[in-house]
Design a protein around this ligand. Structure first.
Ligand code: CR1
Length: 833
């Protein structure tokens, strides 16, 4: 049906479209209108939450108009689009971001003030959209911001989880998980009840010979679940481009109930079917860098891949182009292996539904997909058991076997004398049960494979994917070092610093060309500038100190050195190394004379992060941190010399308060284990220094900012394997300082020693896999250097300013341009008239 309004009638539309407010008054008008009508409130019952909702709705109106125009323009020009498939989008809050990207935050601030509200309080009403675990999900969110800002025609595709990552509470020192129901009055999504896709599961495959003798595969029976689209507008900064994030929600396809069952009186089972369907998009799996092989997770993956693929194909088919042009119109990026089934699904659509020949279809598929690997940790590499896939997706398993067959034939041709390589690179692992290796499938089905930092990409090529480099040559494998969006992580999180930089550089252009920051180096010696810089850090530390006092009750002195480690709790990220270091510091302080203590730099150790609910060792680490905190913080003898703070329920909005307030932050993973890390970039961008290992993007940060501006320590990636090997054969010496720390724990200083036994024995008895003992001496010595450096505030400031000046490389704008040029082959589309 043609829904387009005929030209002669469009005048009235044009006259009334675009209710853009540009002034404080216009904003107030929109705000009051929404509060009085949409929200049915008045000046007699408008609380801060209603003020938030009204403000959000006023901005949403603007976004959706630009969203419509952008989509219209993208459809008209019909150029190549990129689709970013990610199971996680860790968006955080949207209002502040919308105000800054649209550029009307001042109107909103003034308008809200006129109506009796403080903009900060209003912003704080918003619930984080936390559809992700950690770095991988937040990277996807930063990518969306950069793709819109750079005017790329780009869509995100994800799942609309009813429950995002759980809320963390600490009870008696233990982590307790609370469900995160975030969808109540979420103004940022638009349900598209008319956009649905039926998704099939289970059933069987009938292989029928058609008249021409060709075997046709038809997937029949099983169950159908409906995917419903919810759209979230993604505004670019300083541009009208407003892209789309489409999230799928699941529901039973037979409508609300199975009426036959209902009429037969089987009410319970009618509702149960409905609930079973809704379960698919009910909850985000709370694991970071860990895959557990649960059937529901595979269901989520297929549900989301199939819905997205059908949406993309539907859009392509409207253009009436030949299938061979599909890769000229569509680029699909796989965020880790989670969406790998999209490869199989596209092949299935092309051969089973559209009737293409295998080779023609496969050629289209491989030109369309790119795959990003985010980790080398073996426990994070996805494998699905063949019986599970067989049962849930019988036709897909056949296709996977065919892909594997053709692939192995080509490998055999290339390496006729190498029998071993075939079993090593086979998509099917010959274990019991057999397993589908998703990373191999992703490599074989993509034209480019990338890692997320140089060391990580090198390790992929030399270890995990070595055989594939031999098979395909090095060109399929590349590096794209991660970044962060400077809009959220500098401008929004640290408005004072952003304003100071803008004052010095003559404008905010650096926010869209971060390399302009290098001009700051001209002012490193400018006294007044330094004073302002230092003052901003102090203000940000005060803000965090207030937050800490409100949330924990602990008072911290903002002149202390703020030492921060916030990220998911994981043994490889080594929060245990951090807390052992803190205990060592405490013991050292306790043994000091009053005279010695006078020379000590007071320190606040701040640690935050969630542990996966099933990750017992990570929970033990959280427990120890909280016990140490309780003991140290009430020790009057130590006072301000050391405070230990655990930040409960670390999330994106808390990161925005924490990042600008650090003096030093910790990025201390065992060398070779952290793909990239991205909070390292956020901290340095906000004028904090870092202590870290030679791992992930720390290495490139060092190259950019200079070795003299970072505190590196610990063993190198190339030595890790050898050390582990030696430990395994009993060659292990416990570091003497660490031994003292363990004595204190075992002596009950932090409560029942039994609670922490496993933490100690993993090091002393089980081979110290993460090399905590090997790196301990180097770690505490380097912290000593941090203390010394902090005493010289002049030099510290110079390091801080110089580092920020040299962080231009780490904007996701650079990252997205690299993907666009070397993987996607897409061009920006200017929608700004
Ligand atoms: C890595 O651990 C990286 C992010 C984003 C994580 C982290 O170092 O910064 O990805 N990997 O690239 C991950 O979650 C499943 O793998």
């Amino acid at each position: 049906v043609e829904a387009s309004i005929p030209e002669p009638l469009r005048e009235a539309w044009r006259k009334h479209s675009a209710s853009e407010f540009k002034t404080k008054e216009e904003f107030e008008k929109e705000l009051v209108r929404h509060i009085e009508t949409t929200l049915a409130r008045s000046l007699y019952n408008c609380d801060e939450h209603a003020a938030y909702s009204g403000t959000a709705l006023a901005f949403r109106d603007r976004l959706i108009i630009e969203w419509n125009r952008t989509q219209q323009r993208q459809t008209l020009t019909d150029q190549k689009r990129v689709y970013y498939l990610s199971l996680e989008f860790l968006m955080g809050r949207a209002l502040d971001n919308a105000m800054l990207n649209v550029g009307q935050k001042d109107s909103a601030r003034e308008g809200l003030k006129d109506l009796g509200f403080r903009i900060e309080d209003v912003i704080n009403q918003e619930h984080d959209a936390a559809l992700g675990n950690g770095g991988l999900g937040r990277l996807a969110a930063c990518f969306l911001d950069s793709m819109a800002t750079l005017n790329y025609p780009a869509w995100g595709y994800g799942l609309r989880y009813r429950y995002g990552i759980f809320k963390q509470e600490i009870v008696d020192g233990y982590q307790v998980e609370i469900p995160d129901y975030w969808l109540d009055n979420n103004p940022w999504e638009f349900p598209r009840h008319e956009i649905t896709v039926d998704i099939q599961f289970y059933g069987r495959v009938n292989n029928i010979q058609d008249v021409s003798g060709k075997i046709v595969h038809s997937w029949e029976g099983g169950e159908i679940v409906q995917a419903v689209a919810y759209d979230v507008p993604i505004p670019g900064f300083g541009t009208k481009t407003t892209n789309n994030l489409r999230l799928w929600s699941s529901k039973a396809s037979s409508g609300e109930f199975d009426f036959q069952k209902f009429n037969a009186g089987d009410y319970e089972s009618a509702v149960a079917d409905q609930q079973r369907a809704e379960t698919i998009s009910a909850v985000l799996y709370p694991n970071d860098n860990l895959e557990r092989g649960k059937e529901l997770r595979l269901k989520q993956q297929y549900f989301w891949c199939a819905a997205s693929l059908h949406d993309i194909v539907r859009r392509f088919k409207k253009t009436k182009r030949a299938w061979s042009e599909f890769p000229d119109q569509v680029a699909i990026q796989l965020n880790d292996t989670h969406p790998t089934l999209a490869i199989v699904e596209l092949q299935r659509i092309l051969i089973d539904l559209e009737g293409l020949e295998w080779d023609e279809a496969w050629n289209i598929v491989t030109k369309t997909f790119g795959y990003t690997n985010h980790t080398v940790l073996p426990e994070a590499l996805e494998k699905w058991s063949v019986p599970l896939v067989q049962n849930l997706l019988p036709r897909h398993l056949q296709i996977i076997y065919d892909i594997n067959l053709y692939f192995l034939q080509s490998v055999e041709k290339k390496f006729p004398n190498d029998r071993e390589i075939l079993s090593r690179v086979s998509i099917i692992e010959e274990s019991h049960p057999k397993m589908v290796r998703m990373a191999y499938l992703a490599i074989i089905g993509s034209h480019k494979v990338n890692g997320v930092a140089e060391l990580h990409s090198d390790l992929l090529k030399s270890t995990l994917f070595k055989d594939f480099v031999a098979i395909y040559g090095p060109d399929r494998f590349m590096n794209v070092t991660n970044g962060v969006t400077p809009r959220r992580w500098l401008h929004q999180a640290n408005p004072a610093l952003s304003a100071l930089i803008a004052k010095k550089l003559g404008g905010h252009e650096f926010l869209t060309d971060l390399t302009l920051l290098d001009n700051l180096e001209n002012f490193v010696d400018d006294k007044e500038f330094r004073a302002e810089w230092s003052n901003i850090k102090t203000q940000n530390k005060l803000r965090l100190a207030n937050f800490i006092q409100q949330t924990t009750g602990y008072k911290v002195n903002p002149t202390s050195l703020f030492d921060v480690q916030v990220k998911r709790i994981h043994e490889y990220k080594r929060q245990q190394l951090n807390i052992f270091g803190v205990i060592h510091r405490y013991l050292t302080l306790k043994a000091m004379s009053a005279e010695e203590r006078k020379k000590v730099v007071p320190r606040v150790s701040i640690i935050g992060g969630k542990a996966a609910p099933g990750y017992w060792m990570a929970k033990t680490i959280i427990h120890l941190i909280n016990k140490v905190s309780a003991v140290v913080n009430q020790d009057a003898d130590i006072g301000d010399l050391l405070k230990v703070i655990f930040i409960e329920d670390y999330n994106v909005s808390k990161a925005e308060i924490i990042c600008p307030a650090s003096d030093i932050s910790e990025h201390i993973s065992t060398a070779g284990t952290e793909g990239s890390g991205t909070s390292n970039m956020k901290f340095v961008m906000n004028g904090g220094l870092i202590i870290g290992t030679c791992d992930g993007a720390n290495i490139e940060i060092t190259r950019e900012i200079g070795e003299q501006n970072i505190f590196l320590f610990g063993n190198l990636a190339e030595d890790v394997e050898d050390l582990r090997h030696r430990h395994f054969y009993g060659d292990f010496q416990l570091d003497p300082h660490l031994a003292k720390v363990f004595e204190a724990i075992k002596g009950g200083m932090f409560g029942d020693a039994k609670n922490f036994e496993a933490l100690i024995s993993s090091i002393v008895e089980h081979g110290d896999y993460y090399l905590v003992s090997d790196d301990f001496n180097s770690y505490i010595t380097t912290h000593g250097m941090v203390d010394e450096a902090f005493k010289n505030q002049d030099e510290w400031l110079a390091k801080s300013i110089t580092s920020v000046a040299r962080m231009g490389f780490f904007s996701t704008d650079r990252v997205i341009n690299e993907y666009a040029d070397s993987i996607w082959n897409v061009e920006p589309l200017n929608v700004n008239e």
